[in-house]
Ligand binder design. Structure first.
Ligand SMILES: NC(=O)c1ccc[n+]([C@@H]2O[C@H](COP(=O)([O-])OP(=O)(O)OC[C@H]3O[C@@H](n4cnc5c(N)ncnc54)[C@H](O)[C@@H]3O)[C@@H](O)[C@H]2O)c1
Length: 357
């Protein structure tokens, strides 16, 4: 196929996939810098932000063209694929436009704030030949990948308990929270995808949220922290805690207890107990997700670029994005109702028991 069209290998003169990043905020800047410096199969050819004063210096820093608007970006035959890192409310429309223009798409999570438009995007992707990947970067973190491989090989045995914590050091601004889809769809979606990936489909969820203490956030109608109980189709139970305001640092930890073994994704404890408070902890902690997952953010785009070059489907897919979104919505609904909520079953996807059978 020719460069810049969907459905097969796409290359520039360098033999690399030519990517553009649209939306250059917290996440878009990480992606643009990775494409320019850390993804051998990709080259960053263009950047776009609705704020030119943000796009211009980054384009200069990374040697990428600054385009004026999304239409110009999609019309550019020197762009094979677009990374959508604009605010979530814009994702679905931008993905659909990219599909119509025949551009491959990497889209930050979640695809949309609503299920209807998520389904519309997933269906449009299925009917097209573009390569699509959603930004569930943990699937590219070496520790998580090792756990997935050993779980898949049956080394954990039947999974009995799953526990994960995701805590931001400090919250983004109230304006971001208001447009984020809420703590379950914005943050929890990573945990729900990880749970599906490592353990299996989620059958039902119960969730509770604690309201913001800071009045500046109260109008968002969202929660400052939350606890979610998962019941997996294979019989395991899961417990997640999520917080926007841990104070001491960023944490993303995980434990899976199986009948044969228990695994933790966390640094080993250096003392009998660990004491953490603002600015101080008994072992070094990272400050944010982009420090913790720096290599994974590059690896996910390298995987996407290779899929684009090979003309092969990328993963995690639109269906993965929809599945995690469904769990997130069920969690939000459970929290509203104060009762467990069933998660829609996944067609053609049998529940997984991690007992090697
Ligand atoms: N994978 C992760 O761990 C992770 C982490 C943070 C954010 N995200 C996701 O990334 C997306 C962006 O979040 P963020 O924290 O970077 O937001 P942000 O507010 O920091 O940045 C968004 C940027 O997009 C620009 N923008 C707004 N509308 C645009 C449009 N139509 N076209 C192009 N640019 C536009 C804004 O000017 C801003 O610079 C969100 O969907 C969020 O869920 C993912």
């Amino acid at each position: 196929m020719s460069a810049g069209t969907a459905g097969g290998a796409a290359t520039g003169a360098t033999g690399r996939a030519r990517l553009a990043v649209a939306g250059l905020g917290r996440m878009g800047r990480v992606h643009a810098r990775n494409l320019a410096r850390s993804c051998p199969s990709a080259e960053l050819v263009a950047v776009l932000d609705t704020r030119p004063e943000v796009a211009r210096p980054l384009g200069e820093e990374l040697g990428a063209r600054v385009v004026a608007n999304y239409e110009e970006l999609l019309a550019d035959t020197a762009v094979d694929a677009v990374v959508v890192a604009a605010p979530t409310a814009a994702h679905a429309g931008m993905v659909l436009e990219a599909v119509r223009a025949g551009k491959h798409v990497f889209c930050e999570k979640p695809i949309s704030l609503e299920r209807g438009s998520t389904v519309e995007v997933v269906e449009a992707l299925s009917a097209s030949s573009v390569c699509f990947q959603v930004g569930f970067h943990r699937r590219f973190d070496p520790a998580f990948v090792a756990v997935a491989e050993r779980a898949e090989a049956g080394e954990l045995g039947e999974v009995l308990l799953y526990r994960a914590s995701q805590r931001d050091k400090a919250s983004p601004a109230p304006e971001f929270i208001a447009g984020s889809g809420g703590i379950f769809v914005d943050m929890g979606i990573h945990d729900f995808d990880t749970a599906r990936w490592l353990v299996g489909e989620v059958e039902s969820v119960s969730a509770h949220g604690a309201p913001w203490r800071d009045p500046a956030f109260a109008a968002t109608g969202d929660y400052e922290s939350a606890v979610v109980v998962l019941r997996f189709a294979g019989g395991a139970l899961g417990a997640l805690d999520i917080s926007r305001v841990a104070g001491y640092g960023y944490e993303s930890s995980l434990e899976i207890m199986g009948a044969k073994a228990t695994v933790r994704v966390d640094d080993p404890f250096s003392a009998r107990y660990e004491w953490r408070e603002a600015g101080a902890a008994s072992r070094p902690l990272v400050e944010s997700y982009d420090r913790r997952y720096g290599a994974a953010f590059a690896a996910e785009l390298e995987h996407f670029a290779r899929s684009v070059l090979a003309g092969q489907p990328a993963e995690p897919s639109g269906a993965d994005a929809l599945a995690a979104f469904d769990v997130a919505q069920a969690a939000a609904e459970s929290c509203r109702l104060g009762a467990p909520v069933a998660v829609p079953p996944r067609p053609g996807s049998p529940s997984t028991r991690r007992d090697g059978t």
